[in-house]
Design a protein around this ligand. Structure first.
Ligand SMILES: Nc1ncnc2c1ncn2[C@@H]1O[C@H](COP(=O)(O)OP(=O)(O)OP(=O)(O)O)[C@@H](O)[C@H]1O
Length: 319
């Protein structure tokens, strides 16, 4: 259940690698607040800065500028106070290859304050039957699931999952979602990065999309989708229906229609109104609209608009 208590607050957060002329700023002034009990998804193109940001929040690296507070503490300088209350699943974990699954879990168990039993954790991720198998013999997906098991073992208040389901088959992915849902139901706060938009749509209370070190969209899935227009596409030889100035006069058209070799693309804030008027015009002109497609706004579309560099300034982020 989501409460209004804020457990993660970032203000003007920046993170650079290197110094001087070779310095590279991977996180460029991020403001963010995550409430207790919610699932916050961080999305973005490859290299957008998600992992660089997460590592600062997890206390693995210091911020170059700005402030970060996790459970009321600086996660880097006051790491010993924050770390026991967090569960962290990194993008790539290193396990000693010669230990078995159960030995690895028991070793981790020994480092935690009030851990869940090893057997329970392995059962939670469907690895009980692989308990006696060496980690080196686990499949990539099984190793990912072992990662999740270790991350939840310490009953964390905040769980960080960095691309947790990459490499999992569809069934295992859905099982992981069920596990995350059960942790949310217990009141755990979850911060998730993923390249699977469906995963964010399934699980996220709120999300942010990063691009080039900045958050360019944020809010609920519905908020982010609402910021994106619907699209109509077709091809035709009728010049009245390929003229951008004529088409801009259709109701609810939100940008100058694009016409080119691949056909006509119209963006609209009201798909039904624009489509109805377009079809009436086509009927009156006796024109045929070939390959006609009408696509409602979607998270995928919003993501692609940002990835193509068209959406960075369109709608301010409101984290
Ligand atoms: N140690 C480092 N030294 C220099 N640059 C780095 C370092 N680590 C990451 N970067 C750069 O910082 C940028 C952000 O990387 P980061 O790993 O945070 O992105 P990401 O959003 O997590 O990407 P992905 O989705 O591919 O995992 C990239 O351009 C990357 O090359």
């Amino acid at each position: 259940m989501t409460t209004s208590e804020t457990v993660i607050t970032l203000t003007g957060l920046r993170r650079s690698y290197g110094t001087g002329r070779t310095a590279f700023e991977a996180v460029r002034g991020v403001d963010l607040a995550v409430a207790r009990g919610e699932l916050f998804a961080l999305l973005g193109t490859n290299g957008a800065g998600k992992t660089s940001l997460l590592e600062v929040v997890e206390g693995i690296a210091p911020a170059t500028a700005g402030t970060v507070e996790v459970l009321g503490h600086d996660p880097y300088r006051q790491r010993h106070q924050v770390r026991p209350r967090m569960g962290i699943m990194l993008q790539e974990a290193g396990f000693p290859a010669d230990l078995t699954t159960a030995e690895t879990a028991r070793m981790w168990h020994g480092t935690l304050g009030r851990p869940r039993p090893v057997e329970q954790c392995l059962a939670m991720v469907g690895l009980s039957h692989r308990a006696g198998v060496r980690v080196s013999s686990l499949s990539g997906g099984e190793r990912r699931r072992l990662d999740i098991a270790l991350a939840v073992m310490g009953r964390p208040e905040i769980l960080f999952l960095d691309e947790p389901t990459t490499g999992l088959d569809p069934q295992s992915r859905r099982n992981s979602w069920e596990l995350v849902r059960s942790l949310l139901a217990e009141g755990t706060t979850v911060v998730l990065t993923t390249h699977y938009l469906e995963e964010a749509e399934e699980l996220a209370d709120r999300l942010a999309i990063m691009h080039a070190g900045e958050i360019v969209r944020s809010g609920t899935v519905a908020d982010v989708v609402a910021s994106e227009p619907a699209r109509i596409r077709y091809r035709t030889v009728d010049t009245a229906l390929t003229d951008p100035a004529e088409l801009a006069g259709l109701p609810a058209v939100s940008a100058t229609p694009r016409t080119g070799a691949s056909g006509v693309e119209i963006e609209t804030g009201d798909l039904q109104a624009t489509l109805t008027a377009l079809l009436v015009r086509a009927e009156q002109a006796g024109a045929v609209l070939e390959h006609l497609e009408a696509s409602p706004a979607s998270l995928e579309r919003a993501f692609l608009t940002i990835a193509e560099g068209r959406g960075a300034d369109a709608v301010p982020a409101a984290a």
